[in-house]
Design a protein around this ligand. Structure first.
Ligand SMILES: C[S@@+](CC[C@H](N)C(=O)[O-])C[C@H]1O[C@@H](n2cnc3c(N)ncnc32)[C@H](O)[C@@H]1O
Length: 249
């Protein structure tokens, strides 16, 4: 199935290439930098135990509300309609106190859906079938039924879930793209991530932009170059991005 949201850095266009590089045997699957979860949602189940994490609290509140309260969230979204005014109202309401988790999740969901390129800031002008995406939340809720949802920094998550039989999928903010996640990921966190991953007992698979700094940081690991289309590709913009998939197996 598809994810229910789009997200900056989402792996919609790379998911097949990543999944085909998964090892044959693992019994716990941990998605460390969750975002829109394109890899998680692509399969009915990746492993006996699945963990989905992101340090973004609004995002994880949305996932938890979809998982545990899909009907209440759908009811809260009954009034949702596509308008520039409402979009900016939702953004300013993020700082308001006294709302329930479901009210917050509904607003955040609308901001993701209505923003341009999921930037959560600018209103994207285009027709949208909000009802279809709201109905889809029931299916998403079922997919998340047995998934453990966490909201912690990657360092702590990796330590907590590491086992020989674990597979960590890591999709951190790309090198020099940290500005999209300024309060959560700093340039030096790339080194901290490499240190965490170099100490694990389990396996990891990591996706990054293909650049000399990342190739140097992961020298000695198994690195495969892959290409994907630009998300905004058109006939006049046939741009392709070079990325790498890095593994410790
Ligand atoms: C490139 S996106 C992941 C995209 C995801 N794979 C998808 O398909 O949509 C990176 C994610 O890492 C999260 N993040 C940033 N810093 C983090 C940290 N220190 N620990 C855990 N997650 C973090 C961001 O909130 C963002 O959602």
């Amino acid at each position: 199935m598809n994810s229910f949201i789009s997200w900056i850095g989402g792996k919609k266009l790379l998911k097949k290439k990543i999944i085909e590089q998964f090892p044959e045997a693992f019994d716990r699957y941990i998605e460390v930098f969750g975002g829109a979860g394109w890899i998680l949602f692509d399969k009915e189940r990746h492993a006996l135990m699945e963990v989905f994490n992101d340090v973004n609290k609004d995002l994880i509140n949305l996932y938890r509300c979809v998982k545990y309260h899909p009907e209440a969230l759908q009811k809260e979204l009954e009034w949702a309609f596509v308008s520039r005014e409402q979009f900016f109202d939702y953004i300013s309401q993020a700082a308001v106190r006294g709302m329930t988790d479901i009210q917050r999740a509904a607003r955040f969901f609308c901001v993701i859906k209505l923003s341009f390129g999921s930037d959560l800031r600018s209103f994207g002008v285009r027709p949208r079938d909000m009802q279809r995406t709201i109905d889809y939340l029931q299916e998403v809720s079922k997919r998340l039924n047995k998934v453990v949802i966490e909201c912690v920094d990657f360092g702590r998550l990796i330590k907590t879930y590491d086992r020989e039989s674990a597979l960590f999928y890591c999709d951190p903010p790309y090198y020099e793209a940290e500005k999209y996640y300024p309060d959560r990921f700093q340039p030096e966190d790339h080194i901290r991530l490499r240190e965490s991953l170099s100490q694990i007992k389990g396996k990891f698979i990591l996706s990054y932009n293909d650049c000399p700094e990342i190739r140097e940081l992961y020298a000695g690991y198994n690195i495969t170059a892959v290409e994907r289309q630009d998300n905004l590709v058109t006939k006049t913009n046939p741009r392709r991005y070079k990325e790498v998939i890095i593994k410790n197996y």
